[in-house]
Design a binder for this molecule. Structure first.
Ligand code: G3P
Length: 220
């Protein structure tokens, strides 16, 4: 069986930027990988340095479907890959794009470069599933950054997303996120049919990321 994914989004948290991004990526590298695969989703500014560490998979927080050349300020996929990105999230609630953006991006990326498309609800998840991303992460925006995990506040959105997405495209793997903080939340996410979690503040704002990372896998 494939190990669950624990995807930690560093966002632009000061506690997960620059030197602190490297420290956090090291904590993830040194976490217990026996029961889960850890992915660090870092700022483009920190991609190169965190990827150089090795031992933890590093993804981009966003990519744009553009080529190399006259595209000021865009996040160009080949450069991200060269700098060490091994996957990306796209359409995060804090960085929405249209379906055309996701479709074009998917058509440009090499095989084996996982894309996790974020969805706010079941309908958006279904629309994204047709485009065949590797993962869809369902995250109710109102629960993001809060203290109550989606798995407690709205377990049905997770099961409904799993069922809806699998009926459209059984190849897509489902993650869930928003408010995920501990091992119980991760275990519940798996019980609800998802294959991992996407989280941020539970790790980035904890002050003791190694302890939280250990707790996240403790009930698997
Ligand atoms: O990308 C993960 C995210 O949006 C959830 O954030 O802080 O609720 O874990 P958080």
């Amino acid at each position: 069986m494939v190990k669950p994914l624990i995807v930690v989004n560093f966002k632009t948290y000061d506690s997960a930027s620059g030197e602190r991004a490297i420290e956090l990526a090291k904590a993830m590298r040194d976490a217990d990988h026996s029961k889960a695969t850890f992915v660090a989703v870092v700022s483009a500014f920190d991609l190169c340095e965190t990827a150089k560490l090795g031992g933890v998979e590093v993804w981009s927080q966003h990519l744009d479907p553009v080529g190399q050349g006259g595209y000021t300020g865009w996040l160009e996929p080949n450069t991200a890959i060269e700098r060490g990105a091994r996957g990306t999230i796209i359409n995060h609630a804090e960085h929405k794009v249209d379906l055309g953006h996701v479709e074009q991006l998917l058509s440009m990326l090499p095989d084996g470069f996982p894309v996790c498309a974020c969805a706010a609800d079941v309908e958006e998840a279904k629309a994204l599933a047709i485009l065949n991303p590797d993962f869809i992460a369902v995250e109710p925006p109102e629960l993001i950054g809060g203290d109550i995990s989606v798995t407690t506040a709205d377990p049905q959105i997770v099961t409904d997303t799993v069922n809806a997405v699998k009926s459209v495209n059984p190849n897509v793997r489902i993650l869930c996120g928003a408010g995920v903080k501990n091992g119980e939340d991760v275990a519940k996410a798996i019980e609800l049919g998802s294959e991992g979690v996407l989280l941020a503040s539970g790790v980035t704002k904890s002050g003791h990321p190694s302890v939280v990372l250990a707790d996240l896998v403790s009930k698997l």
